[in-house]
Design a protein around this ligand. Structure first.
Ligand SMILES: Cc1cc2nc3c(=O)[nH]c(=O)nc-3n(C[C@H](O)[C@H](O)[C@H](O)COP(=O)(O)OP(=O)(O)OC[C@H]3O[C@@H](n4cnc5c(N)ncnc54)[C@H](O)[C@@H]3O)c2cc1C
Length: 361
């Protein structure tokens, strides 16, 4: 049986499920919330009655989110809908906001640890790949970041070489200001189309309040904003040079990073000049820049290879928690807590997660 027919059978099966209830007033945006499932709130179908029939018919229930995250852990989405264009994304998000439906926007699922109990409300799987190639490029936030590098470079536009090995979508990259090799996506942003309390509107990059692996959308108090599309300043340049640079980065990742399912670096690196000075074994360039890699701290505390249930801290990289095959979100969290505890005990530093916990914990 092909993957397509398996998927169709699964969808047919899930449609038979009892119509679920959607329980919360607050949207869920990338962080742990206590989200009870109740019965006195509108169902997904009722609440989405204002969106087109074509979209409504695509809603699935109890969709297993482990299939949509790179860590391959987590329970089901109460309701799940894939959108493919800016129009569809806007329509669904505005409908959820109007109806007080809790919603969560899922990109490539490469920066998430979804709870074993799953995510209540509607998970909107963003596959908005709208693209207008130009200067600037305008791209839907559901487009893959690495895919955009390939497409833009084939048009002779460069600037995204650093991003070639970063999985996930443009939207997820913007939320965490994704980057590598001392570059990140923030400086490329010219403007964004967003949905917030004022509806659909255009804003400048300052609205994002970008920081190191951070933006306003990661912080508490976020009220369910959605990034619909973005204009990126990519510039005409040397196509062969860009491809060669990207290949170098890819090779580097293949040697450095574990291959087992993960969500990439679990903790943020620590920017602390004092701490960097205190660690004699730290490479000189990092000491001078005052950067202490979280993986270095984890390794120094003997965390590499540590196992909890079906997950482990990779023996290859102290900042990667990997799924050995049967891992659960609880295993991931237990490992993360233990790494944080040991690093705090030995270095007095509280590591901060780069990975976002999502759903009911
Ligand atoms: C092997 C591996 C290597 C990695 N290497 C790197 C690296 O080098 N550098 C780096 O920075 N990261 C890295 N990552 C982490 C991850 O790939 C990035 O953070 C990525 O940008 C996340 O994108 P995503 O689409 O998967 O987001 P998701 O994980 O799907 O979502 C992340 C958050 O963004 C929110 N979100 C997503 N789209 C939108 C939107 N349109 N509007 C509003 N909110 C939205 C989600 O709700 C969620 O809160 C790596 C991950 C893996 C698995």
């Amino acid at each position: 049986m092909g993957a397509g027919s398996r998927q169709r059978r699964r969808e047919a099966g899930t449609r038979k499920a009892v119509e679920p209830s959607l329980a919360l007033q607050m949207p869920i945006v990338g962080r742990t919330r206590d989200l009870p499932r109740g019965s006195d709130h509108p169902s997904a179908l009722d609440a989405l009655s204002c969106v087109t029939r074509a979209l409504r018919d695509r809603v699935r229930f109890e969709a297993p989110l482990a299939d949509y995250t790179t860590l391959r852990v987590g329970g089901p989405a109460e309701a799940f809908l894939r959108v493919r264009t800016s129009e569809e994304l806007t329509e669904v998000v505005l409908a959820c906001r109007r109806s007080n439906i809790p919603w969560f926007l899922l990109g490539g699922g490469s920066n998430l640890c979804v709870s074993d109990r799953g995510v209540p409300g509607l998970v909107i799987h963003n596959r908005n790949e709208d693209l207008i190639m130009g200067e600037p490029i305008r791209v839907g936030t559901g487009h893959s970041l690495a895919g955009l590098f390939r497409r833009s470079v084939s048009h002779g536009l460069v600037g995204l070489e650093f991003a070639v090995g970063i999985p996930g979508t443009i939207g997820g990259a913007l939320v965490s200001n994704a980057g590598a090799y001392r570059r990140s996506i923030a400086p490329l942003v010219r403007s964004l189309e967003i949905i917030d309390g004022q509806g659909l509107r255009s804003v400048g990059p300052e609205w994002m309040e970008f920081g190191y692996r951070d933006s306003r959308l990661r912080r508490s108090g976020s009220t369910g904003e959605c990034l619909v599309s973005v204009e990126l300043d990519l510039v005409p340049g040397d196509r062969e040079g860009a491809l060669a640079e990207a290949r170098g980065y890819q090779r580097n990742r293949i040697f450095r990073q574990p291959w087992a399912p993960s969500a990439g670096s679990f903790f943020k690196n620590v920017y602390d000049v004092e701490l960097a000075r205190r660690i004699p074994g730290l490479p000189k360039d990092l000491r001078e820049a005052g950067v202490v890699p979280a993986g270095y701290l984890s390794a120094e505390c003997g965390c590499k290879g540590m196992v909890r249930g079906g997950c482990a801290v990779s023996p290859r990289h102290g900042n990667f928690i990997v799924n050995l095959g049967s891992g659960t979100a609880a295993d991931v969290r237990a490992l993360a807590d233990e790494v944080r505890r040991r690093v705090h005990l030995q270095f007095g530093v509280m590591l901060e997660e780069e990975v976002l916990y999502v759903g009911e914990w």
